[in-house]
Design a protein around this ligand. Sequence first.
Ligand SMILES: CC(C)(COP(=O)(O)OP(=O)(O)OC[C@H]1O[C@@H](n2cnc3c(N)ncnc32)[C@H](O)[C@@H]1OP(=O)(O)O)[C@@H](O)C(=O)NCCC(=O)NCCS
Length: 131
Amino acid sequence: MAEAAALAELRGIESDNFSAYAEWVAAHAETHLPFVAEIDGYVIGVAWLHVAERVPGTNALDRRYGDVQSVEVREAYRDRGIGTALMAAILDEARARGLLFVTVHSGRRAVDFYLRNGFTHHRQLMLWEPA
Ligand SMILES: CC(C)(COP(=O)(O)OP(=O)(O)OC[C@H]1O[C@@H](n2cnc3c(N)ncnc32)[C@H](O)[C@@H]1OP(=O)(O)O)[C@@H](O)C(=O)NCCC(=O)NCCS
């Protein structure tokens, strides 16, 4: 729970909401996996892997995939490979779990970061957003 509060603080969440955030993290522990970078116990970066299931296909019941979310490295610690290390850990986990693929909805300024870390633009992956 102490770590959940550190993750909330890193994301700029108000301290009044730390315990609600920690409860959410605990309730979603099976599906939303945090990867945390620390220096001497101080959290300097986090990236989340959401593991979700696709509807079974003809020959496969298990069709899990991943979605990368809430990637953040503290400003003072950027540009030294921490984000890259977090993404490498997430993609190792994706391989170990046999995920079909991993998606990411990138922030506007992080597109190149994901391109450098193994993601590609895919012509069949489509998005709808409300007007
Ligand atoms: C996007 C973000 C997570 C990247 O984290 P980071 O720790 O700075 O990432 P890296 O250090 O691995 O890579 C960033 C740069 O450092 C360079 N770098 C990587 N390893 C390095 C190393 N060992 N030494 C020096 N530079 C290095 C990379 O080449 C890259 O440089 P470039 O921008 O000139 O191409 C971080 O900028 C961030 O938190 N941004 C705000 C939140 C955000 O946009 N999140 C993503 C939303 S989906």
